[in-house]
Design a binder for this molecule. Structure first.
Ligand SMILES: Cc1cc2nc3c(=O)[nH]c(=O)nc-3n(C[C@H](O)[C@H](O)[C@H](O)COP(=O)(O)OP(=O)(O)OC[C@H]3O[C@@H](n4cnc5c(N)ncnc54)[C@H](O)[C@@H]3O)c2cc1C
Ligand code: FES
Length: 1253
């Protein structure tokens, strides 16, 4: 949190900001409060830290400090916030683990408002019992808010008075973690301040005169205000500005002046300040005068995130001249103007179509400075006012640049509907903000009616043409948006639409139907919602991650150099320039690897560093070792590699199929006689579905620190030394989701090569991580399904092709899991599947939560949806167990016997909890009454096999030490990545040893204590390691009881042998899973067919996880997995260029779900009375299964799209690929406007080559 004294208003402001975009020099005169500064486990934990932790809002903990500080900054300004305030404050914070619900629940406890959903404008309210679930009120809650400390604003850190005084000084106060920098305010004649860096000089003028002089002497030097435009260029594009001018001390840039015509706003004002100013002005004037103010407030509400708006300046946004700036179209349509100053004097510049000359360029001269921006009042004449509208459509509602954004203003002549003046500006439709001049000409002087607008749409279509190769792609969608946004404005004008209340997040339902029995010892923690053991240290910033490990003497940093070609020979690798960069000590290449230069997976060798050839963009070629991260990166940028392209790289699945480029073996499975069965069915349908990949986006990127004489099997092989000389330590990971199963070992091996006698650290940047480490496999599948007219599916034949990338990794194993799950919950008597992993020239894909199941089931559900559409039945009718679901003693297509009773119970309970039937009626009614908004719903079942298909992977070991003081140290083979395995293991040891959890400590996972571990994966971590700890504890007890607390003896290492599982692919049968985890999920969405935007109104999940060891941890897994699935199926879109370069390499381009994507009503229920004899304490694995249930949102969108299509007379199956992003949903809805846009799609560089599609 940044706190500043504002000399203009003489107030202190507190705001959250993105640390990565905040230059340290800019903090001159500011007080910085970090998460460590507000509370500590050693002294007093702050209420925000306490509540997020105790509400189970911290899993891996990597996002937690950010969440805490956003909430803390909100509370400093608004001690009793509303739910909307909280949602807005957290909108710019991402969490990949929790699904946000527990974080919001913890923060919600600061709200004073009643949490009645009726107050937030939702029709189905807890008051009328729809959401009330009063029958569950008696169940224990996940946390007890009565135990929380109260928030006492008087206890907060005060703003340092030194910063308001007249003295300049530098103090670093380590006690409070406040960095006091030099004074800015009230200095009589402030002098320029200069900070000199290695390659950059930073000057902060103290007055407008100094600023004007500096600017005229250095017209090329940027003015850095919020640094949100300049900063990313420096950080990601390596742009160096030798001089930076920072005018934040020039008070004129922050002044506001009101006039009878409007308001002059200082160009240096942050966007948050502009919004607050306008919000304060609106109530002071009649509504017709503040049309423009309100349009700007609306646009500012969705621009970036609060953290960005807190620092980004108004002037910066205008001058940056982004093609998709949200403000410029509105400011221009509203006839704003700028006051500009330079050494040549002052002038006023109108913000109109002439202002924007090219990408990022305006008509302002390089030495000119925008001092303020004039925002005029709107006029009212007789009964007609000026109307101003602002609309935007973005890939994600918040924290996302708009795809298309617009500002429109219309003014009617007196007493009529004849348009006297109109201006329409769009962003996102070319290199600059564009004015639709011809369209305006087609409207002006005419009646505002359907005829005029109809003509205007035609002109607009002609006027705003995007070439098929337009940067940004999505050409059809963007063109259709120009029409539909004008139509939205038309609706607003015609109906003078009342202000729509956006529904807020409602109270979530997470009752615990699994309270422990009254007989259970009160000290026994098993089955209780124990807080994640590290939650408090994560919330206070004390938890240590790899990059927090203190720098050791002589430590070096490794920066990787990756291939820029998809398929090429390396002709020359020239590292001479890199070695000249100050601080660079070495460059390591494949030749430097002393041991095995490859890692072997499933019979294929993968080079650690490319030798003579590269097979994808992003493949590691060499690493530069230097004394600092900055020097290593500069060195890496100086490495020159020349290539000779090899012919015909393969990128897509289609290309791979055409060229038979596969990793072997390919797999096939069949039960019954599919070919014969097709002859006896009523109908046959053939379809295809395409599903994109997914980036893990764990919050902590791949990180390793290698100190001399340490690593493990693969590191040992790389170094050519025995495994006993290598030790791997893992304290915790900031998320992993499968991305750290195999890729980390390669990176650790490469890092270990760089180690001579000094430690080497390698921490990937987000962009590097996304480029190098691959993700979930994209899949193309074709299916043929035979069914009877009553919906019974008799036969299905599905072919799956995954895009494996350039190395095999675990791709064949993923194919196997895809085929083993292709029945999902359905008893299809004749079922055939085949699968192949395509070898392409894209970065190698790898394990990702669900390991192929989220892809496999998508095809099955799509097939079912198609069948229901062919038959004209709702999908749930076709699914429902009387027709297709397994029931009674059952056998899978690989001859595995099981009892699906709990699957059916989950299904029935989900239908009941979601009030499925009445919602169907309500949705249908809504759709009849609304032309442009449609609702859709869906219910989806899952049956998920738990454990590894290979017996040896299902075993685990544990080591238990008992100390003389009665404390116990437990070590096991599972790694903690947020899934709470250490918390659960602590509970197990506590129960078995009959001691409180506080006596059990788990310090880390280390190969020196428990070697040869199986991966913490396959939802099997607690099953395997929990059982190993249990067995070990029992063994310890058997020889030390009853005096064990006094014995002081190390316990034994015990091995727990898991189930002996296998799959015989020749015989097409086996026991590849220990048991199944079941679940069902209902979701309802509302889709805006004009823009493709949707909102999940409600989600109800019922999961069978046996007797949960820790319900709060397990519910956290369910919610986190669901949100990851929601992202996979509706939001997250990987894009590659035609030459195989991943475009989406950061949060700006790749959108994971944020707070705005959480279902408004999100209810998770654990199936009661479920027992599982195959796992510890009758629990079940839950880490992965629920990812697939996120597809319920996809199918709800599809249902809404179907309703829109049926309105246009279109019936029957239609394609909707995953993810169902706004553009796809909008185009599939086939509205009047999308049909006007010629179908052709994007081509060329911006075609947005889908991974493998
Ligand atoms: C994560 C993220 C999300 C974003 N989302 C959105 C969004 O959804 N919609 C949107 O419209 N924008 C968005 N932005 C852009 C953001 O609004 C702009 O970057 C910001 O407004 C620029 O202001 P700044 O003060 O940070 O500019 P700086 O980076 O400090 O400066 C930008 C440029 O403006 C010039 N400049 C600054 N002030 C003046 C002045 N007074 N006179 C003359 N020249 C000046 C500088 O010389 C420099 O060239 C986003 C940015 C980020 C980083
Ligand atoms: S707890 Fe939020 S990213 Fe892990």
């Amino acid at each position: 949190m940044v706190s500043r004294y504002r000399p203009v208003t003489k107030t202190i402001t507190h705001y959250a900001a993105n640390a990565c975009l905040l230059p340290i020099c800019q903090l001159h005169g500011a007080a910085i409060t970090t998460v460590e500064g507000i509370g500590s486990t050693k002294t007093r934990v702050h209420p925000v830290q306490e509540r997020i932790a105790k509400a189970h809002g911290s899993q891996c903990g990597f996002c937690t400090p950010g969440m805490v500080m956003s909430m803390y900054a909100l509370l400093r300004n608004t001690p009793q916030p509303s739910m909307d305030d909280i949602a807005e404050a957290l909108a710019g914070n991402l969490c990949r683990c929790t699904g946000y619900r527990p974080i919001i629940d913890g923060c919600r406890t600061f709200c004073q408002e009643a949490n009645c959903c009726q107050e937030s404008g939702v029709t189905n309210c807890c008051i009328n019992g729809e959401n009330g679930n009063s029958d569950e009120a008696e169940y224990p809650q996940l946390f007890d808010k009565d135990q929380f400390q109260p928030l006492d604003p008087t206890q907060e850190l005060i703003f340092p008075p030194e910063l308001i005084s007249n003295y300049c000084h530098w103090i670093f106060n380590t006690c409070q973690f406040l960095v006091f920098l030099q004074l800015t305010s009230q200095t009589p004649r402030p002098e320029p301040l200069t900070f000199q860096g290695e390659r950059m000089t930073w000057v902060s003028p103290g007055s407008m005169d100094q600023l004007v002089q500096l600017r005229s002497r250095h017209p090329g030097a940027p003015l850095v205000m919020g640094n949100t435009n300049i900063g990313p260029d420096i950080k990601f594009k390596g742009i160096i500005h030798p001089l930076i001018i920072s005018p934040t001390r020039v008070t004129e840039l922050f002044e506001t002046t009101q006039t009878p015509e409007g308001v002059w706003v200082g160009a240096g004002s942050s966007l948050s300040e502009v919004r607050t100013l306008l919000e304060n002005l609106v109530p002071q004037y009649p509504p017709e005068k503040t049309e423009l103010f309100r349009a700007l407030i609306k646009q500012l509400g969705n621009l970036g995130s609060q953290q960005i708006r807190n620092v980004a300046s108004l002037g910066g946004n205008i001058v940056s001249a982004y093609p998709n700036s949200d403000l410029n179209p509105v400011l221009a349509a509203g006839r704003c103007k700028l006051s500009v100053v330079s050494s040549g004097g002052k002038r006023e510049v109108p913000l109109n179509q002439d202002f924007f000359v090219n990408f990022g360029k305006t008509i302002l001269k390089p030495h000119e400075i925008v001092v303020s921006v004039f925002i005029p009042f709107t006029r009212k004449v007789q009964t007609f006012s000026t109307f101003v509208g602002a609309f935007r459509q973005a890939p994600r509602k918040e924290s996302s640049f708009a795809t298309v954004t617009t500002g429109m203003r219309v003014f009617f002549s007196e007493g009529s509907r004849v348009v006297q003046d109109i201006s329409i500006y769009y962003g996102g439709m070319g290199p600059t903000t564009v004015s639709a001049v011809k369209t305006c000409a087609a409207i002006v002087t005419r009646q505002w009616d359907d005829e005029t607008l109809g003509r205007a749409y035609e002109v607009l279509l002609e006027e705003l043409v995007l070439p098929p190769s337009a940067p940004g792609g999505k050409v059809e969608f963007r063109r259709s948006l120009t029409l539909s946004l004008l139509f939205k404005f038309n609706l607003e004008v015609l109906h003078k639409l009342r202000h729509m209340i956006q529904p807020s997040l409602q109270e979530f339902q997470t009752p615990l139907p699994q309270s422990v029995s009254q007989e259970q010892n009160s000290q026994d923690p098993v089955g209780r919602p124990i807080m994640h053991r590290s939650a408090l240290s994560q919330a206070t910033g004390e938890a240590v991650y790899c990059d927090d490990l203190p720098r050791t003497d002589g430590e070096l940093f490794l920066a990787l150099v990756t291939s820029s070609r998809a398929h090429a020979k390396i002709i020359q690798l020239d590292v001479s320039e890199a070695l000249k960069v100050p601080g660079v000590v070495d460059v390591i290449t494949a030749k430097d690897i002393p041991g095995r230069k490859v890692r072997t997976m499933c019979g294929y060798d993968e080079e650690l560093l490319a030798g003579s050839e590269v097979s994808c963009i992003g493949q590691m070629v060499c690493g530069v070792v230097a004394d600092t991260r900055a020097h290593a990166k500069r060195g890496a940028a100086a490495v020159k590699i020349s290539y000779e392209d090899l012919p015909e790289p393969i990128f897509t699945i289609e290309e791979a199929i055409e060229k038979s480029s596969f990793f072997e073996p390919r797999r096939r499975i069949e039960r019954g006689n599919v070919t014969e069965a097709f002859k006896s069915v009523d109908q046959i349908y053939e379809g295809e579905h395409r599903m994109g990949g997914q980036e893990h986006f764990y919050m902590e990127t791949q990180s390793m620190l290698v100190v001399p004489v340490v690593g493990y099997v693969s590191v040992a092989q790389t170094l050519g030394i025995p495994s006993n000389r290598v030790t791997c330590h893992v304290k915790r990971m900031g998320g992993a989701f499968g991305g750290k199963v195999t890729k980390t070992s390669i990176l650790a091996s490469v890092t270990s090569v760089a180690v001579t006698n000094r430690p080497v650290r390698c921490i990937l940047e987000r962009g590097e991580d996304m480029l190098i480490t691959g993700g979930r496999h994209p899949v193309v599948g074709k299916y043929k399904v035979g069914f009877m007219n009553d919906g019974r599916i008799i036969a299905a034949d599905i072919q799956f092709y995954t895009n494996a990338g350039n190395t095999i990794d675990e791709s064949v194993l993923v194919i196997e899991k895809i085929l083993l799950h292709m029945d999902n919950a359905y008893n299809i008597p004749h079922l055939r599947g085949s699968g192949a992993a395509c070898r392409t020239n894209l970065p190698s894909n790898t394990a990702f939560r669900g390991f192929g199941v989220p892809q496999s089931l998508m095809f099955v559900e799509n097939m079912i949806t198609d069948v229901s559409m062919v038959l004209g039945l709702p999908a749930d009718k076709v699914i429902q167990y009387m027709i297709n679901m397994y029931r009674g003693p059952s056998v899978t297509h690989y001859k595995y016997q099981f009892n699906p009773e709990n699957l059916l119970r989950c299904w029935d309970q989900c239908k009941a909890k979601s009030t499925f039937s009445s919602r169907r009626t309500a949705v249908d009614q809504f759709n009849q009454q609304n032309q442009w908004k449609k609702r859709g719903m869906s219910i989806i079942p899952i049956k998920y096999g738990i454990a590894f298909g290979e017996g040896f992977l299902n075993q685990a070991a544990a080591l238990v030490h008992i100390y003389k003081d009665g404390s116990v140290l437990v070590t096991h083979g599972g790694t903690e990545m947020g899934q709470g395995i250490h918390t659960k293991v602590q509970q197990v040891a506590s129960r078995e040893l009959h001691i409180p959890t506080s006596k059990v400590y788990i310090s880390e996972t280390g190969t020196n204590t428990v070697p040869n571990t199986c991966p913490s994966a396959a939802s099997f971590g607690t099953d395997a390691n929990g059982m190993a700890v249990k067995v070990t504890c029992l063994k310890v007890l058997s020889f030390v009881q009853p005096w064990w607390v006094n014995v002081g003896k190390p316990g034994p290492v015990c091995l727990s042998r898991g189930p002996d599982l296998y799959m015989d692919w020749e015989a097409m049968e086996g026991q590849p899973y220990a048991y199944f985890t079941y679940g069902a999920c209902f979701s309802e969405v509302e889709l805006d067919c004009l823009s493709g935007d949707y909102r999940t109104l409600r989600t109800d999940i019922v999961v069978d996880i046996g007797r949960s060891v820790n319900p709060s941890v397990d519910i956290g897994q369910v919610e986190g997995a669901f949100m990851q699935g929601l992202g996979l199926y509706t939001l997250e879109e990987l894009k590659f260029s035609p030459s195989g370069l991943l475009y989406t390499r950061g949060p700006s381009q790749y959108k994971i779900p944020a707070v705005c994507d959480v279902p408004l009503s999100f209810n998770v229920y654990l199936l009661p009375d479920s027992y599982n004899p195959h796992a510890i304490y009758s629990s079940k694995g839950i880490g992965e299964p629920v990812v697939f249930l996120g597809s319920s949102v996809f199918y709800a969108i599809k249902d809404a799209v179907a309703a829109a299509r049926s309105q246009s007379g279109l019936a029957g199956p239609f394609p909707l690929d995953s993810p169902a992003t706004a553009d796809k949903a909008c185009l599939a809805s086939a509205s009047h406007f999308t049909q006007k846009v010629r179908v052709g799609g994007s081509v060329g560089r911006w075609a947005g080559l889908w991974v493998g599609l």
